[in-house]
Ligand binder design. Structure first.
Ligand SMILES: NC(=O)c1ccc[n+]([C@@H]2O[C@H](COP(=O)([O-])OP(=O)(O)OC[C@H]3O[C@@H](n4cnc5c(N)ncnc54)[C@H](O)[C@@H]3O)[C@@H](O)[C@H]2O)c1
Length: 265
């Protein structure tokens, strides 16, 4: 795949995984739209990336903002790549507490809106734009990469909403790949284990050691650059489609959540 002249929208593009991806795509010669709500951080980051990167502020559930990001990507290149790496670490309450309190539904809705609705909204609007592209020699018009999590397969205590959202990403990835086959657009997802991004960097040392303890090999946190490398590998491998790829050092998942919630008895 020739990357020069192509362009991408990276949602969560000034975050840990999104930022490493935006940097990699720029290094490959692409134009990149960093799509993000965090203006100060995103402005500084986009400037650091140089003239081939543009910042468009916005939320991935805001159609008008997403369309602005798409229009900007079409201005700076042949827009055919969308990587969605937005999200925030939020702990959920248990499904029901020992005092008889049920899980707050608004927390559940907010989590699903952020981690599942947003990536799907990006995917559908970007795919619609890709449909009008001239196909390459393989008939390909675009590639969409979403971000799941190992929690999609192995949800821990206090992760009902997060885990459900990430399982949703796995499910929609194959369905979208089949939906979008007729317009020549691929859809894949990456399911990271613990990757040392800013969201984890500030965690207590004991928690970090516990997280690394669950990883089989290599015995360390994953690196955001490894996520970006996998994005590049997906882009370079046209026969790869519909799959969610774990990026987790063959980790196993304990019952308790990263927040250190007590194991269910
Ligand atoms: N880092 C990990 O260990 C890890 C593991 C598994 C899954 N993930 C998933 O990867 C994704 C990125 O994680 P990260 O570690 O890079 O987090 P991060 O906090 O470093 O970056 C996330 C970025 O998303 C942006 N964002 C938040 N809400 C947004 C919205 N509504 N629209 C657009 N952008 C928005 C934030 O401003 C932030 O820059 C998340 O979906 C997360 O669940 C991360």
């Amino acid at each position: 795949m020739q990357f020069e002249g192509l362009s991408a929208v990276v949602s969560g593009g000034a975050g840990g995984l999104g930022g490493a991806t935006a940097r990699r795509l720029v290094e490959l010669g692409m134009g990149v739209v960093v799509f993000e709500p965090e203006a100060d951080r995103a402005h500084a980051f986009t400037q650091e990336l140089g003239a081939n990167a543009v910042y468009v502020p916005g939320d991935h559930n805001d159609d008008a903002a997403v369309q602005r990001a798409i229009a900007e990507a079409q201005r700076i290149g042949m827009f055919c790549i969308n990587v969605n790496a937005a999200g925030v670490a939020i702990n959920s309450p248990p499904t029901a507490s020992i005092d008889g309190t049920p899980h707050d539904m608004q927390i559940f809705r907010d989590m699903v809106e952020l981690h599942l609705f947003g990536p799907f909204n990006m995917s559908r609007l970007c795919a619609a734009a890709f449909a009008l592209n001239k196909p390459d020699e393989d008939g390909q018009r675009g590639v969409i990469i979403n971000t799941a999590s190992t929690a999609a397969f192995d949800g821990q205590a206090r992760q009902a909403a997060y885990s459900a959202s990430k399982s949703g990403i796995v499910g929609l990835t194959m369905a979208m790949a089949r939906d979008l086959a007729e317009i020549g657009v691929r859809a894949c997802a990456i399911a990271p284990g613990p990757i040392l991004t800013p969201r984890l960097a500030g965690a207590p040392e004991a928690l970090k050691a516990a997280l690394i303890g669950n990883v089989a090999f290599p015995k360390r946190f994953g690196r955001a650059e490894e996520y970006a490398s996998l994005v590049e590998a997906i882009l370079r491998t046209p026969f790869l489609n519909g799959q969610t790829i774990r990026l987790d050092g063959a980790m196993s998942t304990p019952l308790t959540s990263m927040a250190g919630a007590p194991a269910p008895k």
